[in-house]
Write a protein that binds this ligand. Structure first.
Ligand code: PLP
Ligand code: ZN
Length: 410
């Protein structure tokens, strides 16, 4: 069918569709290449609309010859027209929130894991593993449990407690590694050479990353087969950001939708800003950093797809921004106050970035801006602690009517 090969992003060398992620000639990253020639666009659209209520409705654009099934369906999350948020930002009429917290394990990682796991099963693997900054751990543990596969999940020991609990509960082998994510990732890369396991974001990375394209397809379908003018997305390794771009480009090139590629704005925390820093400096490579931020899900100091993320931002007339931990907390609050959506710290980074761009006056009031909210606020509760007041009174009318506000830190 349409899936052709793995192809090196640097030298173009092709490889069969197996569990490999790096080019033997130049060490460049491998990417899935499709052959869409002969695709009937109207038929493809009709198939999508008649397809399952999950990411598998887009399976003609994913690396499978047969549409996969999964035990834990992912995708078709709400696209919310955020009118109050737009008003607050100076009268923007068309700000949309893509709320990907509404997935089975409450982050966009359900998409990438669904694709990687389905491919791993197709290739005959029985053990699934990952190196995670938190949300990937939740998703791998849950999807492996649903599929009846064994799993190993490697995380930095200092992860948010909510994310640790929401991983261990699924019965995975949970391994805390003393070190940061980059240490965990290095260990897992060594392990992947030794074990016959499918590491979703290492040896399965070309397939894993394809799952992110569904976040573009869904938005275009939800906008009535149209393309937004701008997108704002968080960046950790840069995989999501670059594959969003691949998703929009594919449908525009194929003629499934008409319009120009959106301007791409990337969002990072100041405490882990290698891509934003390179963007500001006009460099085309990223200097690794030691992360120190409340946005732990984005805390990758040495981002594998950093250079490609820079290309996407520059090539579309976008930017890559950085925001402080205080701006992240304010971003979480702003989204909650204006939309009723409670996001984790990564979403705070994204909303604070949107605010930054809006405050500069770069966004036309009529433009359609899609803001990717990639995770759930209940997983990073510390970020909300102490950001509002709470009163405590006796259960009498008198107490309520006359009480002196007594802030209690929750
Ligand atoms: C993993 C993650 C991202 C993006 O990660 P990339 O490595 O850049 O693909 C964004 N938001 C959340 C909440 C995540 O968990
Ligand atoms: Zn190569």
């Amino acid at each position: 069918m349409a899936v052709d090969a793995l192809k090196c992003k640097e030298c173009g060398q092709t490889y069969p569709l197996e569990a490999r992620f790096v080019c033997e000639h130049c060490f460049g990253p491998l990417e899935v290449q499709y052959d869409y020639s002969g695709m009937d666009v109207e038929e493809a659209k009709r198939k999508i609309q008649a397809g399952p209520h999950s990411i598998w409705r887009y399976s003609d654009f994913l690396p499978f010859s047969e549409p996969p099934k999964s035990a834990l369906d992912t995708g078709l999350t709400p696209l919310i027209h955020a009118t109050r948020l737009g008003e607050y930002l100076g009268g923007l009429k068309n700000v949309y929130i893509k709320n990907d917290a509404a997935n089975p394990t409450h982050s966009f990682k359900d998409r990438v894991v669904s694709v990687a796991l389905a491919k791993a099963v197709e290739l005959g693997y029985t053990v699934i593993a990952c190196a995670s900054t938190g949300n990937l751990a939740n998703a791998v543990a849950a999807h492996a449990a649903a599929a009846g596969l064994d799993s190993y999940v490697f995380i930095p020991t200092d992860l948010e407690e909510q994310k640790i609990l929401a991983t261990g509960v699924y019965g995975t082998e949970l391994v805390g590694v003393r070190g940061n994510y980059d240490d965990v990732n290095r260990l897992c890369t060594e392990l992947s050479a030794e074990k016959d396991w499918a590491f979703v974001n290492i040896n399965m990375r070309p397939y894993y990353s394809e799952g992110s394209k569904t976040l573009s397809y869904e938005v275009m379908e939800q906008l009535g087969w149209e393309v937004p003018d701008r997108v704002v997305s968080p960046i950790a390794s840069g995989s999501l950001f670059t594959k969003l771009h691949k998703g929009y480009s594919e449908w525009i090139d194929l003629g499934l939708v008409h319009g120009a590629i959106p301007k791409f704005h990337g969002a990072q925390a100041s405490g882990c800003n290698p891509v934003a820093h390179a963007f500001e400096e006009g460099k085309d490579f990223c200097q690794p950093v030691k992360p120190d931020t409340i946005a732990k899900s984005l805390a990758i100091g040495n981002p594998a797809d950093g250079p490609y993320a820079l290309d996407v931002a520059r090539g579309t007339g976008g930017t890559i921004e950085q925001v402080t931990d205080d701006e992240i907390r304010a971003g979480i609050k702003l989204l909650a106050h204006t939309t009723g959506v409670f996001t984790e710290t990564a979403g705070g980074v994204t909303v604070a970035t949107l605010k930054k761009i809006a405050d500069r006056g770069e966004i036309d009031p009529e433009e359609r801006v899609v803001v990717y909210i990639t995770g759930e606020g209940l997983k990073t509760l510390d970020a909300a602690r102490g950001t509002f007041e709470k009163y405590e009174i006796d259960a009498t009318l008198d107490a309520f009517n006359t009480f002196v506000p007594t802030p209690v830190t929750a």
